[in-house]
Design a protein around this ligand. Structure first.
Ligand code: ADP
Ligand SMILES: O=c1ccn([C@H]2C[C@H](O)[C@@H](COP(=O)(O)O)O2)c(=O)[nH]1
Length: 282
C-alpha cells in the first residue's frame, strides 16, 4: 500500500481526503453536536464510522476502522536494541498473531533518501524530517487492517512522540517551531483518529545491555550512537511507562526484564503469553 493512502474501514483514502472529510465532520459536529450524517458513498459510510461520545460538555467523535477495533493491539516498547524485533519474531510463529515491525527500512530509504541516517548526522536539520515520516509510517501501521485477531506492533505513534521527538526537543536539537508543528500534527491525529492500544509490553533493559546489542547488530546509521543517548532514551521510557511522570500512558503496561540471554528471554515470553493475549483495554 502506498504511504500516501491509509485504509480506514476498508476504504482507501488519501491523508488529504481524510483530513478535509474529518474537518468537515468535526465542523458539523462542533456546530451544535448534531447527529452524524450517514450518506451512502460518503467516507462515513457503513465501512467507516465515527465513534460518538457526545454530551453537551464532551462532544468528541473519532475516525475508527470498522471491525478492527475488536482486535487486540499490543505494542512492544523499549530502548534501541533492547530486543523488540527478536520478541516479535518469537510471537510471529503463532497463527492468531499478526506482527507489525517498525518500518525502519522505510526510514532508511524513502525514494532513495535516508532520513534516519541524515537525522543521526545532523539532528537539528533533519530531526523534523525523520520524525514527520516516522509519525506517518507509524500511523499507517496502526491503521492497516490485518486478518489475525491479535496485532503485535513494534513501538507506536505514542513512543515516537513521547520518547524520540521529546528527546530531540529537550536536548536542544529540535527548534521550537519544528516541535510545535510536529506536536500539532500529533495532537490532531490522536484527537481525531482512534488509535487503540490494549497493552504495552515494556522490555526493560539497562542502557549498557542495549549498547552491547547495538554494537553487535552494527546498523550503519547507528554506529555513532553514544552510551549517553541510550541513557537518555532509557530515562524517557522509565518516566513514561514506570514512573508515569511524563505523558499519558495509553494502555496498561506489562514490564518484562530484558537484560537476560536469549534462551531466558524466550522462556519469559512463553511464560507471559497468556497474560499478553488476555489483555483487553476497558
Ligand atoms: N536476549 C538477547 N541476548 C543477546 N542478544 C540479543 C538478545 N535479544 C536480541 N539480541 C540481539 O541484539 C540485537 C538487537 O536486537 P533487536 O531485536 O534487533 O532489538 P530492537 O528491535 O529492540 O532494536 C540483535 O543483534 C539481536 O540479535
Ligand atoms: O521515533 C523514532 C523511532 C525510532 N528511531 C530510531 C532509533 C533507532 O536508531 C531506529 C530503530 O529503532 P529500534 O529500537 O532499533 O527498533 O530508529 C527514531 O529516531 N525515532
Amino acid at each position: 500500500m502506498p504511504l500516501s493512502s491509509v485504509y480506514i474501514g476498508g476504504l482507501r483514502r488519501t491523508l488529504t481526503q481524510i483530513h478535509s472529510a474529518a474537518a468537515a465532520c468535526l465542523n458539523r459536529q462542533i456546530s451544535g453536536c448534531q447527529r452524524p450524517v450517514r450518506r451512502k458513498g460518503a467516507w462515513m459510510n457503513t465501512q467507516a464510522r465515527l465513534l460518538s461520545s457526545r454530551t453537551p460538555q464532551n462532544c468528541t467523535r473519532k475516525l475508527v476502522r470498522n471491525g478492527e477495533e475488536k482486535k487486540l493491539v499490543i505494542c512492544i516498547e523499549g530502548n534501541i536494541a533492547s530486543g523488540k524485533t527478536t520478541c516479535l519474531d518469537y510471537f510471529s510463529k503463532a497463527s492468531d498473531i499478526e506482527v507489525l515491525t517498525e518500518p525502519v527500512s522505510k526510514w532508511r530509504n524513502v525514494q532513495g533518501h535516508n532520513p534516519l541516517g541524515l537525522m543521526y548526522q545532523d539532528p537539528t536539520r533533519w530531526g523534523l524530517t525523520l520524525q514527520t515520516y516516522v509519525q506517518l509510517t507509524m500511523l499507517d501501521r496502526h491503521l492497516c487492517t490485518t486478518p489475525a485477531p491479535v496485532r503485535m506492533m513494534e513501538r507506536s505513534i505514542y513512543s515516537a512522540k513521547y520518547i524520540f521527538v521529546e528527546n530531540l526537543y529537550r536536548s536542544g536539537k529540535m527548534p521550537d517551531v519544528d516541535f510545535v508543528v510536529l506536536s500539532e500534527w500529533f495532537d490532531w491525529i490522536t484527537q481525531n483518529i482512534s488509535i487503540p492500544v490494549d497493552l504495552i509490553v515494556y522490555l526493560q533493559t539497562t542502557p549498557e545491555t542495549c549498547f552491547a546489542r547495538l554494537k553487535e547488530r552494527c546498523r550503519e546509521e547507528e554506529k555513532m550512537i553514544p552510551m549517553e543517548y541510550l541513557e537518555t532514551i532509557h530515562q524517557l521510557y522509565e518516566d513514561w511507562l514506570i514512573n508515569k511522570t511524563s505523558f499519558k500512558v495509553p494502555a496498561p503496561v506489562l514490564v518484562i526484564p530484558a537484560d537476560h540471554d536469549l534462551p531466558k528471554m524466550l522462556h519469559q515470553y512463553e511464560e507471559n503469553r497468556e497474560r499478553i493475549l488476555a489483555a483487553r483495554n476497558a
